[in-house]
Write a new protein. Structure first.
Ligand SMILES: Nc1nc2c(ncn2[C@@H]2O[C@H](COP(=O)(O)OP(=O)(O)OP(=O)(O)O)[C@@H](O)[C@H]2O)c(=O)[nH]1
Ligand SMILES: [Mg+2]
Length: 357
């Protein structure tokens, strides 16, 4: 399942510096002539396709990017210094369009591809530029040209990296709301979620992944029980499944272990490849367990499930354990991601964005 991640940003290239009008004043030298230098060019704004990024979430935190202006020209033949350029790193596949007209300006297709998205203004001419045989003392100078300023809409079609799997009411939608920008409906009745929701999780600057919340799965789904199991196809291209289990079911008669086993059986019936994907156990609603029984109850669930992989104890409601889960998921995704990428040469000159505001 694809969804479109979007961001709108303002970019401003630097204005050019003004040209200077000045005359050479030196001892014993009369009529020294014009020596006003040109202004420096304003900084450009570039977009660079970076294969290690997979969402546009960073552009929702910083929305405005301005390159420096060029310096003004000075006397004694001094040209203004050009303004520094800035480079905005974007995921491969980003479509850059003019926000007002909708016109597509660029599509970043190759890792390392770099395009200019706002051109710095040229510096103005100093008066030394206007010197001629007929005008030996020109006073003309021109101001610098303005840098381009525009509002851009960025769009990226993203695929989910991680899928949430579990019984209705396990807390899948609560978790995606806690960790991502998605705000699906949450309620204490089963089958609240009828369609998959995708959310972008920002782990840190330039570190993010996409998570998919799907409807609840129940025993017999392969025969059409509940909402069936067709929606599981949305998880087929993910790299990791989080199996959410409610460890404190409201109904005392419900056994979390039996529920978890039923989910795994349904998964296998749907698709062997999905069943074979890495799957981590996420025990949710630990806030509902009495403190003195918590460790024992969790140990019991893990033991009876004969589960050997990573186990997380969380409360999607209070957010306990969610930060750790997010960090571990990101490490896993980033590793799979880089392992599957061909090596690319990115011109190191363009990688440093430390000067970006
Ligand atoms: N106490 C507690 N309640 C939780 C927790 N996580 C979710 N809930 C509650 O459990 C109920 C179900 O949560 P949802 O997030 O809608 O569950 P879901 O897995 O998305 O359910 P479906 O969409 O029906 O499949 C809601 O009333 C939530 O407030 C938790 O960690 N602790
Ligand atoms: Mg839900």
């Amino acid at each position: 399942m694809k969804f479109v991640d979007e961001a709108t940003i303002d970019v401003a290239a630097g204005d050019g510096g003004n040209g200077c009008a000045s005359f050479r004043h030196e001892k014993y030298k009369e009529f020294g002539g014009p020596d006003g230098g040109d202004g420096g060019r304003g900084g450009h704004v570039y977009a660079l396709a970076d294969a290690s990024l997979n969402t546009l979430v960073d552009f929702r935190f910083t929305r405005r990017f301005e390159a420096h202006r060029g310096e003004h020209g000075k006397g004694s033949d001094m040209f203004g210094v050009k303004g520094d350029d800035i480079v905005l790193k974007m995921p491969v596949g980003t479509i850059i369009a003019d926000a007002e007209t909708g016109e597509v300006l660029h599509e970043l297709l190759q890792p390392g591809e770099q395009v200019t998205i706002a051109k710095g203004g040229d510096g103005g001419f100093g008066n030394m530029h206007y010197k001629s045989s007929t005008n030996r003392a020109p006073r003309q100078k021109t101001p610098g040209w303005a840098g381009e300023k525009r509002t851009l809409k960025l769009e990226l079609k993203v695929l989910a990296d991680v899928g949430l799997l579990g019984m209705p009411n396990a807390g899948k939608s609560t978790l995606i709301s806690a960790i991502s920008n998605a705000r699906p409906k949450i309620a204490d009745y089963p089958f609240t979620t009828l369609h998959p929701n995708l959310g972008v999780v920002r782990v840190a600057a330039e570190k993010s992944f996409v998570v998919a919340d799907v409807p609840g799965l129940i025993e017999g789904a392969s025969e059409g029980a509940g909402l069936g199991h067709q929606f599981l196809r949305h998880l087929q291209r993910t790299r990791l499944l989080l199996h959410m289990v409610d460890v404190a079911p409201f109904d005392e008669g419900v056994d979390p272990v039996a529920q978890a086993k039923a989910i795994v059986a349904e998964l296998k019936k749907f698709d062997q490849a999905l069943y074979d994907k890495p799957r981590w156990l996420v025990l949710n609603k630990v806030d509902m367990l009495p403190a003195d029984e918590r460790a024992k109850r969790i140990q019991d669930v893990v033991k009876r499930l004969k589960y050997k992989g990573p186990v997380f104890e969380i409360s999607a409601l209070t957010r306990e354990g969610c930060e750790l889960l997010v960090q571990k998921v990101y490490q896993h995704i980033a590793k799979v991601h880089t392992d599957s990428l061909p090596p690319v040469d990115i011109d190191p000159r363009f990688v440093d964005t430390s000067k970006a505001p």
